[in-house]
Ligand binder design. Sequence first.
Ligand code: NA7
Length: 549
Amino acid sequence: MNDTATAHAGAPAKRLDVIIVGAGFGGMYAVYKFREMGLAIQGFEAGGDVGGVWYWNRYPGARVDLPSIDYSFGFSREIEQEWTWKEQFAAQPELLEYINFVADRLDLRKHIQFNTRVTRAVWDERRQLWQVTTDHGDVFEAPYCIMSTGPLSLPRDPDIAGLSRFKGELLRAAKWPHHPVAFAGKRVGIIGTGSTGIQIIQEIGPQCGELFVFQRTPSFTMPMRNQTLGADYVSEVKRNYAGIREAALNSAVGGVRPQSTRGFFTVTPSQRQELLEASWQQGGLAMLGTFADLLTNAEANEHVAEFVRGKIDEIVTDPAVAEALKPRGYPIFARRPCLDTSYYETYNLPNVHLKNCLTDKIVEITEKGVRLESGEVELDMLILATGYDGLTGALMAFDVIGRDGLSINQLWKAGARSYLGLMIAGFPNLFMTTGPTGPAALANIIRISEHDVDWIAEAMRHMERNHLATMEPTAEAEERWMALVATLAQRTLVSQAKTWYVGANVAGKAQGLTLFTGGFQKYREYCRAATEGNYRDFTFAPAEALATA
Ligand code: NA7
């Protein structure tokens, strides 16, 4: 592999071995891994620094919903020992501190161009190179291109008329300002009650003059019961990191979490109640691990949903507000389950007002606030926590053009396609980390990122050893994988809620669950099997073909 400059229509293109798009967890590890392999690398990141989601999402109350111990890199024994987590579920500032620590420790920043968006990536078939253009007009070329663009990196504004008319402060959760925001004495409105909205509402509710929550679909949320981590516990973890990582790699969710093989209806109603109550008291995602069939047995699922609705009644003092907060019409856990510290309690504050937009719809945003069917709510500040064009949005937002002029944008209009969430037929040497049709949002994103980068590195070594220049999955292998993903999707209740998982939150987007729902451990097995038999599910072009082209 070499590092020579080649000419490109007017401007010289910088020649590299690997181009990495995105500097979240996946991109950071890719930069590290490929540098350690001695390759010439260049990363690009639209944000001003490393961190991806955690760089952008600085909103009050932002916090990870997986234990920090799990939600951290496992590839470096040194980093595991040198870094000490303070909280069981780290808040965004601690996460960003960790991410910066890793970037400094491994000296990653010098390989990444920040404040730079890739606008185009085109496969040059003759020269067997990806040609990548940035919004600064620079062109880079490399035989390998890694898309670490993230499943949740393209925020979306709500499709509500008049948004640009609002004259007050308009804040977006996913592009939160870097300076402190004051809420005291202000009339604040928030649209969106997913994980993000819930975290913001419970945090700012007590601070605002008045807070108006415009809720369309209520979410199920359970107590996080976050704790600061004691020195003894941290020492124990540091001694056992290898075992913790091993357990995570062999779990369905890529993390150490309570799991059960017990069927819901195998125990008596009073035992079920006791188990659910214990999991509620334990907090985190304990409830999901209490029974094995909560995502496959609709009746069992509804019992658990009703248990949580009962908790809402216990916590929220106004029965009408409690009723409006109760999610109905979709299975619990089919939307990403939220973890809160005081969400339902927040509605007992006299300054917090729930607006049920299922019965009193949002008509438009006005200069002064939000107009509901029942009238206008005047606001000083409006916060949007309206989610993302998930899984596919980032890669469909710019031109990624493979063989024969085929773009990902065209290809995925009918729904995301890929083999293993890692590669796409027709896009040689283009790799994704946490790509659609992999487990992406359903397992620990850091475990998946590390797995994917390691898999890609191994594929590159295979090519190097065998003097191969390009690699892509066969159409048959991709089709087989898509069929498996679809079959598994039919078995899970996750398909049955209108979420970003299935594309339901973006008008005109292809609908369907394009996530591998068989669990992280099984996913790893499929990825491993795909490399056996001399990578029989892939086609390769020999390096000689390039030399004689
Ligand atoms: P989500 O979970 O997609 O939530 C977005 C919220 O915004 C949800 O409550 C939506 O209600 C609401 N929304 C979106 N558009 C509108 C309009 N037009 N009117 C009213 N309400 C609207 O995004 P989050 O950022 O909270 O969480 C994303 C992931 O981050 C989460 O899954 C975790 O993995 C972490 P709707 O459901 O569409 O009725």
